[in-house]
Ligand binder design. Structure first.
Ligand SMILES: *[C@@H]1O[C@H](CO)[C@@H](O)[C@H](O)[C@H]1NC(C)=O
Ligand SMILES: *[C@@H]1O[C@H](CO)[C@@H](O)[C@H](O)[C@H]1NC(C)=O
Ligand SMILES: *[C@@H]1O[C@H](CO)[C@@H](O)[C@H](O)[C@H]1NC(C)=O
Ligand SMILES: *[C@@H]1O[C@H](CO)[C@@H](O)[C@H](O)[C@H]1NC(C)=O
Length: 911
C-alpha cells in the first residue's frame, strides 16, 4: 500500500505537472541518461566522421583457463581524439555458457589505484549484481573443447551450440560483437558506437576528460528536485551500450511498466523504459515510468529464432528502443548510472527456449505450496481477531473456497514489526489454529523499515546491520511507523538477526508459537522512503562493503525478500509444511526463486483491469511467473460489474488475491449481493476445480521456465498477427485459451484463434451442455455472445486436463478428491496432457518419485496413490456427430503402477 502523507503534499505542487513527472526523473533531467543520450545523438549526426573512442588492444587478448571453464580476456583502450594524453584501460572478459549464452564483462582497472576524499565509500565499480541474480555461484560455463575458437590480429570468433551453428565474432576496432546463427547476424553489440564508460576523474580536472561529443550535465551534482542533496562522491561513472537486433520487430520484457506486452518505440521521447524500483502510486497506464520491480531481460522474437538480452546491472537504468529503422531491425540503447558492463546474449529457436536458458542462470520459479495457488483474501485492514474469524466463516456460509487471509500493517503495535496490537489481537496462536482447522493460512506483512526506539531496531543498530547514510551511521528516514531504520540485507550478518525474529517457539507471540500456517508479505522494499528522493533511499547512502545505494538499488528488494524466505525455511524442522510463501512488491531477476509478486497499488478502474493482463504476461515471459494484480483494484470502489469481471479475470493470474485500500468500502464477494455474489463464487470455484491443471503448470515452469500465463504467440510463432495479442492467453501448456471480459457492459467478445486447430468452447469450464467447436482455415477471430456470467475459455484440440470438481473449503481439503479428466482430441483424433501430483507442502518433490503413465505424467507421493479418477469426459472429434462421451467411474487410480491408457480415437459405438 502507499503513503497518504505524500499524497497530501503532492497535491500542493501538482498544478502544472502530473504527479509522477514531478516526482520521478526522466532521461533529460537525469544526469547520466542525459549525457549518454547527448553522446549518442552527436555520434548519429557525425555519421562516418565520428572517430571511435574504444578499441581492443590485440596484444592483450589471451585465454584464461581454470578447471573446465575458459574465458577470453583482453583490454579495451579508451582514447579520445581531442585529449591526446588520455588513455584508459578497460579489462574485458568474454565467456560462453550453456544455453547458447555469451557473457561479456567490462570493468575499469584504474579504479584500484585511486583515493577518494570520502573514506567510507567503495570506489570500485560494483560487480556483484550477478551474485544476487544468479541461482548459483557456479555458472554453467562450457568447456573449451565444445567451442571452435579463432583469434587473429583484428578479431576473434567462437563457434558454438549443439550443432556449432552459432558464431560470436568480436571485432577489435571499433569494438563490435556480432552474434550469428548459420552465418546470419542476429545481434550486433555496439553497432552504433554508443559504447561509453565514464572513467574516473576529479571535478577540477574534468575538462581534460571530456570529448567533443560529450556534455558535462550533472556530473558532480544532481539538480533534480529533491535529489539535490546527493553528493555524488564518485562523480560521473555511467555506462552505455547499444544492441541492434537484426530483423527483429517484436520486443518484450524489461518490466515493470504499466504498458503493452509488445514494447513500444521510444525514440523522440524523454521517457525511455526506465528500470528503477520505486513506490509509484496512481501510476498511469500506457507509460514507461518505473515501477516497483525491475527485470533487465529483453526478448526479441521472430518466427525462426529468438534472442534474450540480460543486462546484469542493479543501478538506475534507461532503455531506449528504436523500432522504426527502414532495415527492419530494432535498435536499443542501454544506459545505467554506474557499475560494470555485464551482459548475456542468449540465442535459440523459440522464446520458450530463451526462458529455459535464462533459468539456467537465474533459476526457475520455486514450486509454491499448493495453498498459495488458492484464493487469497486481503484488505487494509482486517481489524481484529473477530473480524478475521468472521470473514473466515462468512466464506463458508457463502460456500466460497479460499485458502488464505491477510493482515496489512495495522495488526502490529504502532507499526513495530514482529509485534501484535495486543488489545485487538490477544491470541494470534488461537486465531491461526482456528484457520488451520479448515486448512487455511495467515499472511502478515513485514516491511524493511524498522521503527526507531524499540528492541528490534535497537539491536539492528547496535549490530550495525542497517543501511548507513553518507557519513556511515544508521540512516534515519520516514515510513509507516514514522522515523525508521532499514535493515541492510546485503550484509551477510543480517540473516542471523532476521532469523532470530522468526524463531518458532512456544513463547514467541509473533509467530503464533509453533504455528505452521503463517507466511509473510514483504511490501515497501524498493525501498520506499516517504521523505527520500523519488520516494526511495538517497543514492549516496551506504550498504555493506561501502557500496553506495546507487549501485545496488534494484537488488535491495530481492535481498530483502530472500532473507525472509531463508528465515521462514529454517522454521520448518518440526513440520512437513516446509515450503514458505513470500509475496514481494519489489523484485529483480532471480526473485522467482523465493517469492511471488503483485503489480502494486492499482486503481479500481477498467483500464487497470485491462493493463493487468499485459503486465502479468510480461512478468511471466521474464521468468517471474508467480504474479498477479490486486483483484478489484487497490484504490477506490469498483462498481459491482467491474468487481465481478475482475474476479473472472483474476482467477487466471498465477497469484490470485483480492485486496483493497483502507478507505475503500468492504467488497468481499458477498457484499455486492446477487447476482454478483454467485457469479464471483462460481469464478473462484472454477479456479479451484482447475487447481490440478494449474499446479501442473507451476511444476512445469519450475523445471523449464515456461510461462504459466502464456502469451498467445508462444503457440503460434509463425503467425505474426499473434505477436501483439495481449488480452487473451494460454494457461501453461494445458491448451486452455482464455479471454477474460474486461470491457464494461460487454454483450459479445471476439476471441482470436491463432491457428487452424480445432478449439472447443469451454466457457466457465462448463462441459455439462452441448460443446461448440470452432475451427478456422486460417487464424482469425470468432465471436461469442457473453453475459455477466461468462468467462470465455476455449480448450485447444489435442489437450487433456485434470479437474477436481467437488466444493471444499480450501485446497488442503481437496487432497483426497477424485479427478475428472477432460479429453479434447485434435483434428487427427489425438490428445495428451500432463498431471503433476505431490503433497503440496513439503520439499519431498525434489527427491520424489515419478512415473510416466500413458500420456499422463504422474509424480505421486505415498498416500496420494489411492486417488481415483471418477470420470473421463471425451469430447468427440470435430467430424463426429456425437458431442461427447462420459465414462463414469472408470475404476482408475492415479498411481505409479497405473497402466490404463485411453484411446482418444475410439469410435463412439465402441464405448
Ligand atoms: C562503516 O560502517 C560499517 C558498519 O555499519 C563498518 O563495518 C565499516 O567498517 C565502516 N566503514 C569505515 C570505513 O569505517
Ligand atoms: C569484482 O571485482 C573485484 C576486483 O576486481 C574482484 O576481486 C572480484 O572477484 C570481482 N567479483 C566478481 C563477482 O566478479
Ligand atoms: C495497479 O495499479 C497501478 C496504479 O497504482 C496501475 O498502474 C496498474 O496498471 C495497476 N495494475 C493492475 C493490474 O491493474
Ligand atoms: C453450463 O451449461 C448448461 C447447458 O448449456 C447450462 O444450463 C448451465 O447453466 C451452465 N452452467 C454454467 C455455470 O455456466
Amino acid at each position: 500500500m502507499r503513503l497518504q502523507s505524500v499524497l497530501l503534499w503532492i497535491f500542493c505542487f501538482s498544478s502544472v505537472l502530473a504527479v509522477k513527472e514531478y516526482l520521478f526523473k526522466n532521461c533529460d533531467n537525469s544526469g547520466f541518461c542525459h549525457r549518454n543520450k547527448h553522446y549518442a545523438n552527436q555520434i548519429k549526426s557525425l555519421g562516418s566522421a565520428f572517430v571511435p573512442h574504444y578499441a581492443i588492444d590485440p596484444s592483450s587478448v589471451h585465454l584464461q583457463e581454470s578447471g573446465q571453464d575458459f574465458h577470453i580476456a583482453g583490454t579495451i583502450i579508451k582514447k579520445v581524439p581531442n585529449i591526446p594524453d588520455l588513455q584508459v584501460e578497460l579489462p574485458i572478459t568474454v565467456s560462453l555458457l550453456e544455453g547458447n549464452n555469451v557473457r561479456v564483462q567490462i570493468d575499469e582497472s584504474g579504479r584500484n589505484q585511486i583515493t577518494v576524499k570520502n573514506k567510507y565509500v567503495n570506489h570500485r565499480r560494483y560487480n556483484e549484481t550477478g551474485q544476487w541474480a544468479f541461482a548459483s555461484e557456479e555458472l554453467p560455463y562450457i568447456s573449451k573443447k565444445d567451442v571452435k575458437l579463432d583469434i587473429s590480429s583484428d578479431k576473434l570468433s567462437f563457434t558454438y551450440g549443439p550443432a556449432q551453428e552459432y558464431t560470436a565474432e568480436l571485432q577489435f576496432l571499433p569494438v563490435k560483437l556480432t552474434i550469428s546463427y548459420k552465418d546470419e547476424p542476429q545481434v550486433v553489440v555496439n553497432d552504433q558506437n554508443f559504447l561509453n564508460l565514464e572513467h574516473w576523474r576529479v571535478r577540477d580536472a574534468n575538462a581534460e576528460h571530456l570529448s567533443d561529443e560529450q556534455v558535462d550535465f550533472d556530473m558532480f551534482t544532481d539538480s533534480f528536485g529533491d535529489s539535490k542533496e546527493d553528493k555524488l562522491p564518485l562523480g560521473p561513472e555511467s555506462i552505455g551500450l547499444d544492441f541492434t537486433f537484426k530483423n527483429y520487430k517484436n520486443l518484450y520484457g524489461i518490466p515493470e511498466h504499466a504498458d503493452s506486452l509488445n514494447l513500444k518505440d521510444t525514440t523522440g521521447s524523454n521517457q525511455p523504459y526506465r528500470l528503477f524500483n520505486v513506490d509509484i502510486f496512481e501510476y498511469e497506464t500506457d507509460s514507461r515510468l518505473p515501477m516497483y520491480g525491475a527485470i533487465p531481460l529483453l526478448l526479441a522474437v521472430r518466427p525462426e529464432l529468438s534472442v534474450g538480452l540480460f543486462w546484469i546491472n542493479s543501478a538506475d537504468t534507461f532503455v531506449d528502443l528504436d523500432k522504426n529503422s527502414d532495415s527492419g531491425d530494432s535498435r536499443t540503447h542501454w544506459i545505467s548510472e554506474n557499475g560494470v558492463i555485464d551482459f548475456m546474449i542468449i540465442v535459440d529457436k523459440t522464446p520458450a527456449a530463451i526462458n529455459k536458458n535464462y533459468g539456467l542462470i537465474t533459476g526457475y520459479v520455486q514450486l509454491p505450496p499448493l495453498f498459495s495457488l488458492g484464493y487469497h483474501q486481503c484488505r487494509w485492514n482486517y481489524n481484529d481477531e473477530k473480524d478475521v474469524l468472521e470473514i473466515n466463516s462468512l466464506m463458508d456460509k457463502h460456500r466460497i473456497p479460499y485458502d488464505t487471509i491477510w493482515l496489512d500493517i495495522e495488526y502490529t503495535d504502532s507499526k513495530k514489526y514482529f509485534t501484535w496490537q495486543n488489545d485487538v489481537f490477544p491470541d494470534p496462536e488461537g486465531m491461526m489454529k482456528e484457520l488451520d482447522a479448515t486448512g487455511r493460512n495467515l499472511v502478515v506483512i513485514i516491511d524493511p523499515h524498522i521503527k526507531t526506539g524499540y528492541p528490534v531496531s535497537d539491536q539492528f543498530r547496535k549490530q550495525k546491520i542497517c543501511i548507513n547514510d553518507a557519513t556511515n551511521t544508521s540512516y534515519l528516514g520516514h515510513c509507516w511507523p514514522g522515523e525508521s531504520v532499514w535493515i541492510d540485507t546485503l550484509n551477510p550478518n543480517a540473516q542471523a538477526l532476521w532469523d532470530s525474529q522468526f524463531v518458532w517457539d512456544k513463547k514467541n507471540k509473533f509467530t503464533g508459537g509453533l504455528s505452521t500456517n503463517l507466511h509473510i508479505w514483504n511490501d515497501m522494499n524498493e525501498p520506499s522512503v516517504f521523505n527520500g528522493p523519488e520516494t526511495t533511499s538517497p543514492r549516496d547512502n551506504l550498504h555493506y562493503g561501502g557500496w553506495e545505494h546507487r549501485s545496488v538499488h534494484n537488488i535491495y528488494g530481492l535481498s530483502y525478500h530472500e532473507a525472509t524466505y531463508n528465515s521462514l525455511k529454517k522454521r520448518q524442522s518440526h513440520t512437513t509444511r516446509e515450503r514458505p510463501f513470500i509475496l514481494t512488491r519489489s523484485y529483480y531477476s532471480g526473485s522467482q526463486r523465493t517469492a511471488a509478486m503483485w503489480t502494486g497499488d492499482n486503481m479500481s478502474k477498467w483500464e487497470y483491469l485491462q493493463i493487468s493482463l499485459p503486465m502479468v504476461l510480461t512478468s511471466n515471459i521474464v521468468g517471474m511467473p508467480f504474479a498477479g494484480a490486486d483483484v478489484g483494484g487497490f484504490f477506490g470502489n469498483p462498481s459491482k460489474e467491474l468487481l465481478t469481471r475482475w474476479y473472472q479475470a483474476g482467477i487466471w493470474y498465477p497469484f490470485f488475491r483480492a485486496h483493497a485500500h483502507i478507505d475503500s468500502r468492504r467488497r468481499e464477494p458477498w457484499v455486492a449481493g446477487e447476482p454478483y455474489t454467485s457469479i464471483m463464487t462460481d469464478a473462484v470455484k472454477l479456479r479451484y476445480s482447475l487447481l490440478p491443471m494449474l499446479y501442473t503448470a507451476f511444476y512445469e515452469s519450475s523445471v523449464s521456465g515456461i510461462p504459466i500465463m502464456k502469451p498467445v504467440f508462444y503457440e503460434a510463432l509463425d503467425n505474426l498477427e499473434s505477436y501483439s495479442i495481449e488480452d487473451q492467453f494460454f494457461v501453461g501448456n494445458s491448451g486452455l485459451l482464455v479471454k477474460p471480459v474486461v470491457e464494461k457492459e460487454a454483450d459479445d467478445i471476439e476471441i482470436y484463434l491463432p491457428d487452424s486447430e480445432v478449439y472447443y468452447d469451454f466457457t466457465n469450464g462448463n462441459i455439462t451442455g452441448d460443446i461448440t467447436k470452432f475451427q478456422l482455415n486460417k487464424p482469425g477471430y470468432v465471436k461469442r455472445a457473453v453475459t455477466l456470467n461468462d468467462i470465455p475459455v476455449f480448450l485447444k484440440g489435442g489437450s487433456i486436463i485434470a479437474q477436481k470438481n467437488r466444493y471444499r473449503r480450501s485446497s488442503k481439503l481437496m487432497v483426497n478428491d477424485p479427478y475428472t479428466l477432460i479429453v479434447a482430441p485434435d483434428s487427427n483424433g489425438n490428445a495428451n496432457g500432463k498431471l503433476y501430483i505431490d503433497d503440496g507442502e513439503s520439499f519431498g518433490y525434489t527427491k520424489g518419485l515419478s512415473a510416466k503413465v500413458s500420456s499422463i505424467d504422474v509424480n505421486y507421493v505415498g498416500s496420494l496413490s489411492s486417488i481415483e479418477i471418477e470420470k473421463i469426459v471425451i469430447i468427440s472429434q470435430p467430424q463426429s456427430q456425437i458431442n461427447k462421451l462420459i465414462i463414469h467411474n472408470p475404476k482408475l487410480k492415479v498411481a505409479a503402477d497405473w497402466s490404463a491408457t485411453f484411446a482418444t480415437d475410439v469410435e463412439h459405438d465402441e464405448l
